[in-house]
Design a protein around this ligand. Sequence first.
Ligand SMILES: Nc1ncnc2c1ncn2[C@@H]1O[C@H](COP(=O)(O)OP(=O)(O)OP(=O)(O)O)[C@@H](O)[C@H]1O
Ligand SMILES: [Mg+2]
Length: 359
Amino acid sequence: MHKLQLINVSKSFGLHAVLRNLSLEIFPNELFIILGSSGCGKTTLLLGILGLQQFDSGQVIIDGIDVTNRSPGARNIGYVPQNYALFPNYTVFENIAFGLRLRKVSKNIIQAKVRQIIDDFGLQGLEYRFPSQLSGGQMQRVALARALIIEPTLLLLDEPVSALDIETRQKIKAELKELQKKLHITLVYITHDQQETLELADQLGILNNGTIEQFGSPDEVFYKPKTLFVARFLNTENMLKGKILHKFGKKATIQVNDIVLNTYTSLELSEGDQVTVCIRPGAIHLSTHHRQPGRNVFAGTIESIHPIGRDLEVKVLVAPHEILKTRISRIVAKELKLTHGMPVSLSIDEAFVHLIPVQ
Ligand SMILES: Nc1ncnc2c1ncn2[C@@H]1O[C@H](COP(=O)(O)OP(=O)(O)OP(=O)(O)O)[C@@H](O)[C@H]1O
Ligand SMILES: [Mg+2]
Protein backbone atom coordinates (compact mmCIF):
# COMPACT_ATOMS: atom_id res chain seq x y z
CA MET A 1 0.00 0.00 0.00
CA HIS A 2 1.13 3.56 -0.59
CA LYS A 3 2.02 5.56 2.44
CA LEU A 4 1.04 8.79 0.77
CA GLN A 5 -0.74 9.35 -2.47
CA LEU A 6 -1.66 12.66 -4.04
CA ILE A 7 -4.13 12.55 -6.90
CA ASN A 8 -4.36 15.54 -9.22
CA VAL A 9 -3.87 18.22 -6.58
CA SER A 10 -3.99 21.85 -7.70
CA LYS A 11 -3.48 25.14 -5.89
CA SER A 12 -3.65 28.72 -7.15
CA PHE A 13 -3.20 32.04 -5.42
CA GLY A 14 -5.41 34.43 -7.40
CA LEU A 15 -4.38 33.97 -11.03
CA HIS A 16 -1.07 32.35 -10.11
CA ALA A 17 -1.37 28.57 -10.53
CA VAL A 18 1.32 27.12 -8.23
CA LEU A 19 0.39 23.40 -8.39
CA ARG A 20 -1.33 21.90 -11.45
CA ASN A 21 -2.88 18.43 -11.32
CA LEU A 22 0.10 17.05 -9.44
CA SER A 23 0.05 13.34 -8.59
CA LEU A 24 2.60 11.32 -6.64
CA GLU A 25 3.01 8.07 -4.73
CA ILE A 26 5.33 7.55 -1.80
CA PHE A 27 5.91 4.10 -0.34
CA PRO A 28 6.34 3.16 3.36
CA ASN A 29 9.75 3.72 4.97
CA GLU A 30 10.98 5.67 1.98
CA LEU A 31 12.96 8.88 2.20
CA PHE A 32 11.36 10.79 -0.64
CA ILE A 33 12.84 14.13 -1.67
CA ILE A 34 10.96 16.77 -3.60
CA LEU A 35 13.57 18.89 -5.32
CA GLY A 36 12.71 22.23 -6.86
CA SER A 37 13.96 25.78 -7.22
CA SER A 38 12.98 28.56 -4.85
CA GLY A 39 9.36 29.65 -5.23
CA CYS A 40 8.26 26.62 -7.30
CA GLY A 41 5.63 25.53 -4.77
CA LYS A 42 7.39 23.10 -2.40
CA THR A 43 6.05 24.59 0.84
CA THR A 44 2.60 24.98 -0.73
CA LEU A 45 2.65 21.24 -1.49
CA LEU A 46 3.62 20.31 2.09
CA LEU A 47 1.00 22.60 3.64
CA GLY A 48 -1.66 20.92 1.49
CA ILE A 49 -0.52 17.43 2.56
CA LEU A 50 -0.66 18.54 6.19
CA GLY A 51 -4.06 20.16 5.76
CA LEU A 52 -2.78 23.50 7.09
CA GLN A 53 -3.82 24.91 3.73
CA GLN A 54 -6.46 23.32 1.49
CA PHE A 55 -5.70 22.30 -2.10
CA ASP A 56 -8.25 23.79 -4.54
CA SER A 57 -8.91 20.30 -5.94
CA GLY A 58 -7.53 16.76 -5.82
CA GLN A 59 -7.17 14.13 -3.11
CA VAL A 60 -4.73 13.35 -0.31
CA ILE A 61 -4.63 9.65 0.62
CA ILE A 62 -2.64 8.36 3.60
CA ASP A 63 -2.38 4.59 4.20
CA GLY A 64 -5.19 4.10 1.71
CA ILE A 65 -7.58 6.46 3.53
CA ASP A 66 -8.82 9.66 1.92
CA VAL A 67 -7.91 12.44 4.39
CA THR A 68 -8.60 15.35 2.02
CA ASN A 69 -11.35 16.72 4.26
CA ARG A 70 -9.71 15.90 7.60
CA SER A 71 -8.26 18.56 9.92
CA PRO A 72 -4.44 18.65 10.33
CA GLY A 73 -4.68 17.10 13.83
CA ALA A 74 -6.62 14.12 12.48
CA ARG A 75 -3.95 13.31 9.86
CA ASN A 76 -1.23 12.48 12.42
CA ILE A 77 1.63 13.83 10.32
CA GLY A 78 4.85 15.12 11.90
CA TYR A 79 6.05 18.42 10.45
CA VAL A 80 9.21 20.46 10.71
CA PRO A 81 8.56 23.84 9.06
CA GLN A 82 11.13 25.69 6.98
CA ASN A 83 12.10 28.10 9.80
CA TYR A 84 11.48 25.49 12.58
CA ALA A 85 8.70 27.78 13.98
CA LEU A 86 9.45 26.96 17.62
CA PHE A 87 7.17 28.77 20.07
CA PRO A 88 9.41 31.58 21.34
CA ASN A 89 7.72 31.86 24.76
CA TYR A 90 7.88 28.15 25.49
CA THR A 91 10.92 26.37 26.88
CA VAL A 92 12.51 23.47 25.00
CA PHE A 93 10.56 21.08 27.23
CA GLU A 94 7.23 22.80 26.55
CA ASN A 95 7.91 23.08 22.84
CA ILE A 96 8.49 19.32 22.66
CA ALA A 97 5.49 18.54 24.90
CA PHE A 98 3.13 20.65 22.77
CA GLY A 99 1.68 17.91 20.55
CA LEU A 100 1.01 15.65 23.54
CA ARG A 101 -0.71 18.43 25.53
CA LEU A 102 -2.89 19.12 22.49
CA ARG A 103 -3.89 15.45 22.53
CA LYS A 104 -4.68 15.67 26.26
CA VAL A 105 -2.12 13.05 27.23
CA SER A 106 -1.67 12.65 31.03
CA LYS A 107 1.07 14.64 32.81
CA ASN A 108 3.08 11.59 33.87
CA ILE A 109 3.23 10.19 30.37
CA ILE A 110 4.21 13.59 28.96
CA GLN A 111 7.05 13.85 31.51
CA ALA A 112 8.35 10.39 30.63
CA LYS A 113 8.07 10.78 26.86
CA VAL A 114 9.65 14.23 26.73
CA ARG A 115 12.53 13.07 28.97
CA GLN A 116 13.14 10.11 26.70
CA ILE A 117 13.17 12.12 23.48
CA ILE A 118 15.39 14.80 25.08
CA ASP A 119 17.89 12.02 25.80
CA ASP A 120 17.53 10.54 22.30
CA PHE A 121 18.25 13.90 20.68
CA GLY A 122 21.12 14.89 22.99
CA LEU A 123 19.23 17.89 24.33
CA GLN A 124 19.94 17.20 28.03
CA GLY A 125 20.63 20.39 29.97
CA LEU A 126 18.70 22.57 27.52
CA GLU A 127 15.18 21.71 28.79
CA TYR A 128 14.49 25.09 30.38
CA ARG A 129 16.06 27.30 27.74
CA PHE A 130 13.98 29.35 25.32
CA PRO A 131 14.47 29.05 21.52
CA SER A 132 16.34 32.38 21.40
CA GLN A 133 18.99 30.81 23.65
CA LEU A 134 19.69 27.89 21.26
CA SER A 135 22.04 27.41 18.30
CA GLY A 136 20.64 26.59 14.84
CA GLY A 137 21.50 22.88 15.19
CA GLN A 138 19.88 22.71 18.64
CA MET A 139 16.72 24.42 17.35
CA GLN A 140 16.63 21.93 14.51
CA ARG A 141 16.80 19.03 17.00
CA VAL A 142 14.03 20.53 19.15
CA ALA A 143 11.85 20.95 16.04
CA LEU A 144 12.46 17.31 15.09
CA ALA A 145 11.77 16.08 18.63
CA ARG A 146 8.54 18.12 18.71
CA ALA A 147 7.43 16.57 15.41
CA LEU A 148 8.35 13.00 16.39
CA ILE A 149 6.88 12.88 19.89
CA ILE A 150 3.39 12.30 18.50
CA GLU A 151 4.80 9.11 16.87
CA PRO A 152 3.79 9.97 13.32
CA THR A 153 4.40 7.41 10.60
CA LEU A 154 4.77 10.22 8.07
CA LEU A 155 7.17 13.09 8.69
CA LEU A 156 7.37 16.16 6.45
CA LEU A 157 10.53 18.23 6.52
CA ASP A 158 10.72 21.61 4.80
CA GLU A 159 14.37 22.37 3.88
CA PRO A 160 15.46 21.04 7.29
CA VAL A 161 19.17 21.77 7.07
CA SER A 162 19.46 24.72 4.69
CA ALA A 163 20.08 27.22 7.51
CA LEU A 164 22.93 25.22 9.09
CA ASP A 165 26.70 25.19 8.58
CA ILE A 166 28.15 22.28 6.58
CA GLU A 167 29.36 20.26 9.57
CA THR A 168 26.05 20.45 11.47
CA ARG A 169 24.23 19.78 8.23
CA GLN A 170 26.16 16.54 7.61
CA LYS A 171 25.58 15.45 11.20
CA ILE A 172 21.83 16.07 11.12
CA LYS A 173 21.48 14.37 7.72
CA ALA A 174 23.21 11.26 9.09
CA GLU A 175 20.96 11.37 12.16
CA LEU A 176 17.87 11.62 9.97
CA LYS A 177 18.84 8.49 8.04
CA GLU A 178 19.42 6.63 11.32
CA LEU A 179 16.11 7.84 12.69
CA GLN A 180 14.27 6.72 9.61
CA LYS A 181 15.67 3.20 9.96
CA LYS A 182 15.07 3.02 13.70
CA LEU A 183 11.53 4.37 13.77
CA HIS A 184 10.34 2.98 10.42
CA ILE A 185 8.93 6.29 9.32
CA THR A 186 8.28 7.63 5.86
CA LEU A 187 10.06 10.92 5.29
CA VAL A 188 9.05 13.53 2.76
CA TYR A 189 11.88 16.00 2.57
CA ILE A 190 11.90 19.09 0.43
CA THR A 191 14.94 20.99 -0.69
CA HIS A 192 16.45 22.99 -3.52
CA ASP A 193 19.87 21.41 -2.92
CA GLN A 194 20.79 18.71 -5.45
CA GLN A 195 23.83 17.49 -3.53
CA GLU A 196 21.66 16.82 -0.50
CA THR A 197 19.14 15.03 -2.70
CA LEU A 198 21.72 12.70 -4.24
CA GLU A 199 23.15 11.88 -0.82
CA LEU A 200 19.89 11.18 0.99
CA ALA A 201 17.00 10.24 -1.26
CA ASP A 202 15.67 6.72 -1.81
CA GLN A 203 13.38 8.21 -4.44
CA LEU A 204 12.90 11.75 -5.63
CA GLY A 205 10.65 13.96 -7.67
CA ILE A 206 11.63 17.14 -9.52
CA LEU A 207 8.97 19.83 -9.07
CA ASN A 208 8.64 22.24 -11.98
CA ASN A 209 5.82 24.24 -13.43
CA GLY A 210 3.31 22.99 -10.87
CA THR A 211 3.89 19.31 -11.37
CA ILE A 212 6.47 16.55 -10.81
CA GLU A 213 8.45 16.53 -14.02
CA GLN A 214 10.39 13.34 -13.25
CA PHE A 215 10.29 10.63 -10.58
CA GLY A 216 13.03 8.10 -9.91
CA SER A 217 16.01 7.02 -7.87
CA PRO A 218 18.87 9.54 -7.62
CA ASP A 219 20.88 7.56 -10.22
CA GLU A 220 18.00 7.39 -12.69
CA VAL A 221 17.21 11.07 -12.52
CA PHE A 222 20.85 12.14 -12.43
CA TYR A 223 22.07 9.98 -15.32
CA LYS A 224 18.85 9.73 -17.33
CA PRO A 225 16.99 13.05 -17.21
CA LYS A 226 13.76 12.90 -19.21
CA THR A 227 13.54 16.57 -20.09
CA LEU A 228 15.90 19.41 -20.90
CA PHE A 229 14.68 21.21 -17.77
CA VAL A 230 15.73 18.30 -15.52
CA ALA A 231 19.08 17.93 -17.34
CA ARG A 232 19.84 21.64 -16.92
CA PHE A 233 18.50 21.84 -13.38
CA LEU A 234 20.84 19.01 -12.37
CA ASN A 235 23.77 20.69 -14.16
CA THR A 236 24.43 17.91 -16.66
CA GLU A 237 28.02 18.65 -17.69
CA ASN A 238 27.89 17.41 -21.28
CA MET A 239 24.72 18.36 -23.17
CA LEU A 240 25.41 18.00 -26.89
CA LYS A 241 23.16 18.61 -29.89
CA GLY A 242 22.98 15.56 -32.12
CA LYS A 243 21.11 13.80 -34.89
CA ILE A 244 20.19 10.11 -35.17
CA LEU A 245 22.30 8.49 -37.91
CA HIS A 246 21.03 4.91 -37.51
CA LYS A 247 18.56 3.22 -35.23
CA PHE A 248 18.19 -0.53 -35.13
CA GLY A 249 16.16 -1.98 -32.27
CA LYS A 250 17.46 -0.24 -29.17
CA LYS A 251 20.84 0.49 -30.73
CA ALA A 252 21.33 4.07 -31.88
CA THR A 253 24.20 5.91 -33.55
CA ILE A 254 24.24 9.68 -33.17
CA GLN A 255 26.17 12.31 -35.10
CA VAL A 256 27.35 15.13 -32.82
CA ASN A 257 29.22 17.69 -34.90
CA ASP A 258 32.41 15.87 -35.92
CA ILE A 259 32.02 12.79 -33.74
CA VAL A 260 29.77 9.75 -33.73
CA LEU A 261 28.43 8.27 -30.49
CA ASN A 262 26.80 4.90 -29.85
CA THR A 263 24.13 4.10 -27.30
CA TYR A 264 21.06 2.07 -26.43
CA THR A 265 17.72 3.79 -26.04
CA SER A 266 14.12 2.72 -25.63
CA LEU A 267 12.91 6.02 -27.08
CA GLU A 268 10.92 5.89 -30.31
CA LEU A 269 13.41 7.65 -32.57
CA SER A 270 14.12 7.46 -36.29
CA GLU A 271 16.94 8.43 -38.60
CA GLY A 272 17.32 12.22 -38.84
CA ASP A 273 15.61 12.99 -35.49
CA GLN A 274 17.24 15.74 -33.44
CA VAL A 275 18.29 14.83 -29.90
CA THR A 276 20.21 16.25 -26.96
CA VAL A 277 22.90 13.85 -25.80
CA CYS A 278 23.61 13.94 -22.05
CA ILE A 279 26.79 12.43 -20.63
CA ARG A 280 27.96 12.74 -17.04
CA PRO A 281 31.72 12.89 -16.39
CA GLY A 282 31.49 9.63 -14.40
CA ALA A 283 30.71 7.80 -17.67
CA ILE A 284 33.84 9.13 -19.41
CA HIS A 285 37.11 7.35 -18.71
CA LEU A 286 40.30 9.33 -19.40
CA SER A 287 43.54 7.56 -20.21
CA THR A 288 47.02 8.84 -21.12
CA HIS A 289 47.78 5.66 -23.08
CA HIS A 290 47.13 5.84 -26.76
CA ARG A 291 44.01 3.88 -27.69
CA GLN A 292 42.87 3.21 -31.20
CA PRO A 293 39.86 5.50 -31.81
CA GLY A 294 36.71 3.47 -32.39
CA ARG A 295 33.29 2.82 -30.92
CA ASN A 296 32.88 5.56 -28.26
CA VAL A 297 36.67 5.88 -28.01
CA PHE A 298 38.18 9.25 -28.96
CA ALA A 299 41.66 10.68 -29.16
CA GLY A 300 41.95 14.29 -28.01
CA THR A 301 44.04 16.92 -26.28
CA ILE A 302 43.52 18.55 -22.90
CA GLU A 303 41.98 21.98 -23.37
CA SER A 304 41.78 23.01 -19.69
CA ILE A 305 41.91 21.70 -16.11
CA HIS A 306 39.83 23.37 -13.38
CA PRO A 307 39.30 22.43 -9.74
CA ILE A 308 35.70 21.43 -8.88
CA GLY A 309 35.41 20.61 -5.17
CA ARG A 310 37.79 17.74 -4.42
CA ASP A 311 38.14 16.80 -8.10
CA LEU A 312 39.43 18.38 -11.28
CA GLU A 313 37.28 19.01 -14.31
CA VAL A 314 39.24 18.19 -17.44
CA LYS A 315 37.99 19.51 -20.77
CA VAL A 316 39.20 17.49 -23.73
CA LEU A 317 39.07 18.62 -27.35
CA VAL A 318 38.10 15.49 -29.30
CA ALA A 319 37.32 17.14 -32.64
CA PRO A 320 37.73 20.68 -34.02
CA HIS A 321 34.33 21.68 -32.59
CA GLU A 322 33.77 19.17 -29.84
CA ILE A 323 34.80 19.39 -26.21
CA LEU A 324 33.90 16.71 -23.64
CA LYS A 325 34.09 17.41 -19.92
CA THR A 326 35.25 14.72 -17.55
CA ARG A 327 36.33 14.58 -13.90
CA ILE A 328 39.33 13.05 -12.27
CA SER A 329 40.59 13.05 -8.69
CA ARG A 330 43.48 15.37 -7.90
CA ILE A 331 45.67 12.44 -6.85
CA VAL A 332 45.11 10.54 -10.10
CA ALA A 333 45.65 13.74 -12.14
CA LYS A 334 48.99 14.22 -10.37
CA GLU A 335 50.03 10.63 -11.02
CA LEU A 336 49.14 10.98 -14.70
CA LYS A 337 50.93 14.38 -14.81
CA LEU A 338 48.02 15.90 -16.75
CA THR A 339 48.82 19.21 -18.42
CA HIS A 340 47.26 21.55 -20.93
CA GLY A 341 47.71 20.34 -24.54
CA MET A 342 48.55 16.76 -23.52
CA PRO A 343 47.24 13.99 -25.83
CA VAL A 344 44.76 11.68 -24.08
CA SER A 345 42.06 9.23 -25.04
CA LEU A 346 38.51 9.10 -23.77
CA SER A 347 36.22 6.11 -23.71
CA ILE A 348 32.53 6.56 -22.98
CA ASP A 349 30.30 3.95 -21.36
CA GLU A 350 27.42 3.31 -23.79
CA ALA A 351 24.96 2.66 -20.98
CA PHE A 352 25.35 6.28 -19.90
CA VAL A 353 25.07 8.05 -23.24
CA HIS A 354 21.56 9.32 -22.64
CA LEU A 355 19.21 10.90 -25.19
CA ILE A 356 16.46 13.51 -24.83
CA PRO A 357 14.34 13.98 -27.97
CA VAL A 358 14.14 17.55 -29.29
CA GLN A 359 10.43 18.44 -29.57
N1 LIG B 1 -0.51 32.59 0.84
C1 LIG B 1 -0.03 32.94 -0.36
N2 LIG B 1 -0.60 33.92 -1.09
C2 LIG B 1 -0.15 34.26 -2.32
N3 LIG B 1 0.90 33.68 -2.93
C3 LIG B 1 1.53 32.70 -2.24
C4 LIG B 1 1.11 32.28 -0.94
N4 LIG B 1 1.93 31.29 -0.52
C5 LIG B 1 2.83 31.10 -1.52
N5 LIG B 1 2.59 31.93 -2.55
C6 LIG B 1 3.34 31.99 -3.83
O1 LIG B 1 3.34 30.68 -4.38
C7 LIG B 1 4.61 30.36 -4.94
C8 LIG B 1 5.17 29.12 -4.29
O2 LIG B 1 5.50 29.40 -2.94
P1 LIG B 1 6.16 28.33 -1.98
O3 LIG B 1 6.35 28.95 -0.65
O4 LIG B 1 5.37 27.08 -2.03
O5 LIG B 1 7.57 28.10 -2.71
P2 LIG B 1 8.83 27.19 -2.26
O6 LIG B 1 9.08 26.26 -3.39
O7 LIG B 1 8.57 26.63 -0.92
O8 LIG B 1 9.99 28.27 -2.21
P3 LIG B 1 11.32 28.34 -1.24
O9 LIG B 1 12.28 27.31 -1.77
O10 LIG B 1 11.81 29.72 -1.48
O11 LIG B 1 10.87 28.09 0.16
C9 LIG B 1 5.47 31.62 -4.76
O12 LIG B 1 5.43 32.36 -5.94
C10 LIG B 1 4.79 32.36 -3.63
O13 LIG B 1 5.00 33.74 -3.74
MG1 LIG C 1 9.46 26.90 0.93
